[in-house]
Write a protein that binds this ligand. Structure first.
Ligand code: SF4
Length: 695
């Protein structure tokens, strides 16, 4: 890939980084990508982009790219490059023999939020219909699974309620546990524009993120809560709204389950939930909290935007439901400018969830126990489906250590680096007889693999991504796959057929047609329609032929909106004399997740290493100066990184990013997870920081 040269042709496609889903014109000279130009007609970005989408595509032909399949009998052996035929014969031989000896439940797989909807759909189909188990999960398990649970329970569907355009009608934006400037930059620009026009801002975050004070934008309230106390803060806000008579009674009476509301209102009204009492827990001054609650309830259209600082907690699902309760009690649902809006991390995490990646749900979030839905898929696929939910990622790893789970197919995901408690992941992978990694690079997980199947980048494939606003957008092939010509969906098809299936998809449009046939929210979607319109937001069906920019307009998908009592329960991860600080984690603008892509681009110059942010008081107590090496240790493990002394974090709180394998921040994170979904509690780890001589 080069930046030099005059383009000869261009292809419109969608960014493969974050959930904003910016559209670009990929300008080509021959088979070389000359540059990526933000597409002015892109509905999500309207001609804007950030440094990742614009410049960080060089990984596509980086020298580390693996382009030939590789196999080995044992993870101690060196890799052996082989033909696709030999790799597939080797893999299917292993899978067949494991299935014959241990049964279908010994097999499973993980779908990728970076791959297309069509590729994800095929991976879960491979696992359910060919492997014969429901042991399918996705990286949403470790990011937005509480969003799925919380919004489905309260509203009836596992997705955000608004389109990005809606922010233009917002009067009060409440941003909780998200750092849009770094994580979702193009949306952040749109939000800041609205704030500069006069909308008010409330930020709930342990860290003073950029949004709190940027040129011409200053938050009306920043609530720097103690990590792990989201539910307490939201309950205290609800207390103020209910006890000060700020509830939108008409909305609640007409749109919500009133018995559930009465129970919830009585609960939050208890004196123990007042900001003054909860101040001891949240460390947020009661007056600030009261001011924020009053502003959100009375300031006009109130929109809530949230990220992984909400979901990656032991009370992640409770926090999502507490957010939904706040929106419903103030009538902030069902029109432009309001709503509950999860800012999804990866480009297609919404799509991966929509496509049935979870062990208990078929595509379209329909539970396996529903006989009619199962029958629909069984008839279409010509197989019997196991009605019992399968294993989640962490349960697959546990079962591997126990000896009952033997083989895993991992598409586009580096679980060794991205999942919590690295040692536990390594133990689980080492115990398996067949680990198949299907990816671009020999990632950290591949150290434990027996088969490596080279993947294709977003520039080398056709398909669709679904962004954070439920917008389904085309991904178009710009160049031929470097792995011998196979898009990822084709590799999955080859693997399925090597195991005895007879799949004959010739193009992702045929897979999309199958998705539409089997998934009510996609019923009206087709490749041809996307070519014509550019994009559309699900649900798309007879009732919503033009898609659904805003959801729950006349009624909630579940009928009446459901208030759920969410009692604050402190995390089991406690500070103490050995580990007196709380670590929380996040991202930086120029890098992306575990950095597999962005570290292989020029973007690295902006952020060559992970740093540990620490308050000046804590640094002084330890004799640390800016740039000193430190040892970061927890009950789980330890790592080494440099300190950045800053008052962005409060005393007692430290913060780092997780982009670099040299740091491996997840060696210190714990096994605690969300009570409903097992989403790991990445955001709260008790740690100690001491001086170090470096790695
Ligand atoms: Fe890509 Fe997200 Fe940046 Fe847009 S904001 S260019 S989707 S990384």
């Amino acid at each position: 890939v080069t930046e030099i040269g005059k383009p000869e042709r261009s292809v419109v496609t969608t960014c493969a980084y974050c959930g904003v889903g910016c559209t670009f014109r990929a300008e080509m000279r021959g088979e070389q990508l000359v540059r990526m130009v933000p597409y002015k007609d892109g509905k999500a970005n309207r001609g804007h982009s950030c440094v990742k989408g614009r410049f960080a595509y060089g990984y596509a032909n980086h020298q580390d790219r693996i382009t030939s399949p590789m196999i080995r009998d044992s993870i101690q052996d060196p890799w052996r490059e082989v033909s696709w035929e030999e790799a597939l014969a080797f893999t299917s031989g292993k899978l067949k023999s494991i299935k014959a000896e241990h049964g279908a439940t010994a097999l499973g797989g993980i779908t990728s939020s970076r791959c297309t909807n069509e590729e994800t759909f095929l991976v879960q189909k491979l696992i359910r219909a060919v492997f014969g188990s429901n042991n399918t999960d996705t990286c949403a398990r470790v990011c937005h699974s509480p969003t799925g649970y919380g919004l489905k329970t309260t509203f009836g569907t596992s997705a955000g309620t608004q389109d990005f355009d809606s922010v233009q009608h917002t009067d009060v934006a409440l941003v909780i546990g998200a750092n849009p400037t770094d994580g979702h930059p193009v949306f952040a620009s749109r939000l800041k524009k609205r704030l500069r026009e006069g909308a008010k801002l409330i930020v709930i975050d342990p860290r003073r993120i950029d949004l709190v004070r940027t040129p011409h934008v200053e938050a009306a309230h920043h609530l720097p809560l103690q990590p792990g106390t989201n539910v307490a803060v939201l309950t205290a806000m609800a207390h103020v709204i209910v006890t000060e008579g700020l509830v939108d009674e008409k909305f609640v009476q007409e749109r919500c389950d009133t018995d559930a509301f009465a129970e919830w209102a009585a609960f939050v009204s208890e004196e123990r939930h007042s900001p003054e009492v909860l101040e001891a827990v949240t460390r947020v001054p009661a007056e600030d909290l009261r001011g924020a609650a009053r502003l959100y309830a009375t300031g006009g259209n109130g929109a809530i935007y949230y990220g992984l600082g909400v979901t990656e907690h032991s009370q992640g699902s409770s926090t999502v439901m507490a957010i939904a309760n706040l929106a419903m009690c103030t009538g902030n649902i069902g029109r432009k400018g309001v709503g509950v809006n999860p800012l999804r991390g990866q480009n297609n995490v919404q799509g991966a969830c929509d496509m049935g990646s979870f062990p208990h749900e078929l595509p379209g979030y329909r539970h396996l126990s529903d006989g009619a839905t199962r029958e629909l898929f069984e008839k279409d696929w010509g197989v019997s489906l196991d009605p019992n939910p399968g294993l989640r990622i962490n349960n697959m790893l546990d079962a591997a250590v126990d000896g009952s789970f033997k083989a895993i197919y991992i598409q586009g995901e580096d679980i060794l680096q991205s999942d919590p408690n690295t040692q536990h992941v390594a133990d689980g992978l080492s115990a398996m007889e067949c680990v198949i990694v299907h990816d671009l690079f020999l990632n950290e997980t591949a150290n434990y693999a027996h088969v490596f199947l080279p993947g294709s980048t977003f520039l080398e494939k056709n398909g669709t991504f679904t962004n954070a606003e439920r917008r389904i957008q085309p991904v178009r092939k710009v160049m031929e796959p470097a792995n011998g010509g196979y898009e990822d969906w084709q590799v999955t098809q080859l693997l399925a057929n090597s195991l005895g299936a007879d799949w004959n998809y010739g193009h992702p449009k045929e897979i999309l047609a199958e998705i539409a046939r089997l998934t009510p929210s996609f019923a009206g979607v087709s490749w041809e329609m996307l070519e014509e319109r550019g994009s559309i937001q699900w649900p798309v069906n007879e009732k919503h032929p033009d898609g659904s920019p805003v959801m729950h307009i006349e009624g909630f998908v579940r009928g009446k909106g459901l208030f759920v009592v969410t009692d604050y329960v402190p995390t089991d991860e406690k500070t103490g004399p050995r580990f007196p600080l709380l670590l929380t984690t996040g991202r930086i603008l120029s890098q992306y997740n575990v950095g597999a892509q962005t570290r292989r681009t020029a973007n690295t110059v902006w952020h060559p290493e992970d740093l540990l942010e620490m308050h000046p008081v804590d640094a002084e107590n330890r004799g640390l100066k800016d740039g000193d090496w430190t040892k970061l240790s927890s009950r789980t493990g330890e790592t080494t990184l440099r300190v950045k002394v800053t008052d962005r974090v409060a005393p007692g709180v430290v913060y780092t990013t997780f982009h670099h394998p040299a740091t491996q921040a997840n060696v210190v994170t714990t096994d605690f997870s969300d009570w409903a979904t097992n989403c790991p509690e990445y955001k709260v780890t008790a740690v100690q920081v001491t001086a170090s001589n470096g790695p």
